[in-house]
Design a protein around this ligand. Structure first.
Ligand SMILES: [Zn+2]
Length: 176
């Protein structure tokens, strides 16, 4: 009897292989796809204690908890608990998931196909970046690439597409 129910539990676990793992990223830890994830698929839920958004705003004013994720004007999820693996998803200005709220829950949904091994990312939004990103600003791959290209461009004195880059930079430097 016990053996049979153990086996059953094993089979149930096998049915849903995880979509991601926590691993080393450019800046600390990150979340990585362990299989191809199609566009529109729900990837992970952002879990934690629900706290009133008013309280969350006070905490943010003190920059005391970077894992607060606002659902709406009433409720915010405090995702600082370790069991909330979604908190390991890093910010990108060109993300592959988007957060959506549904009946008080927050889910990250793929907004483009994610290949096995790709880092799972989300745009944290300007407010979060202003509060919690240091002087170095955004270090996501698209931003680092832009910075690298700018260095290369100024060395060769080519000025192609300068306007769009300048716009991108001013957007990222808000609040510095
Ligand atoms: Zn960026």
């Amino acid at each position: 009897m016990a053996a049979a129910s153990r086996q059953k539990a094993k089979i149930t676990r096998k049915v849903k292989p995880p979509l991601f793992r926590v691993g080393r990223a450019r800046t600390g830890l990150g979340l990585f796809a362990v299989q191809d994830i199609p566009e529109r698929k729900l990837v992970i839920e952002y879990t934690g204690r629900r706290i009133p958004t008013k309280l969350a705003q006070e905490i943010d004013r003190r920059r005391a908890n970077k894992y607060l994720f606002e659902i709406d004007s009433r409720w915010t999820i405090d995702g600082s608990v370790r069991s909330n693996l979604a908190r390991y998803a890093n910010h990108s200005c060109d993300p592959n998931t988007e957060a959506e709220s549904n009946r008080g829950r927050l889910m990250y949904r793929a907004i483009k196909p994610i290949a096995e091994g790709d880092e799972i990312t989300l745009d944290y939004g300007e407010e979060h970046m202003e509060l919690y990103f240091g002087k170095a600003g955004c270090l996501c791959p698209p931003c680092v690439d832009i910075a690298k290209k700018d260095v290369a461009k100024s060395a060769t004195k080519k000025k192609k597409r300068k306007t769009s880059k300048a716009a991108a930079h001013s957007r990222l430097n808000v609040g510095d």
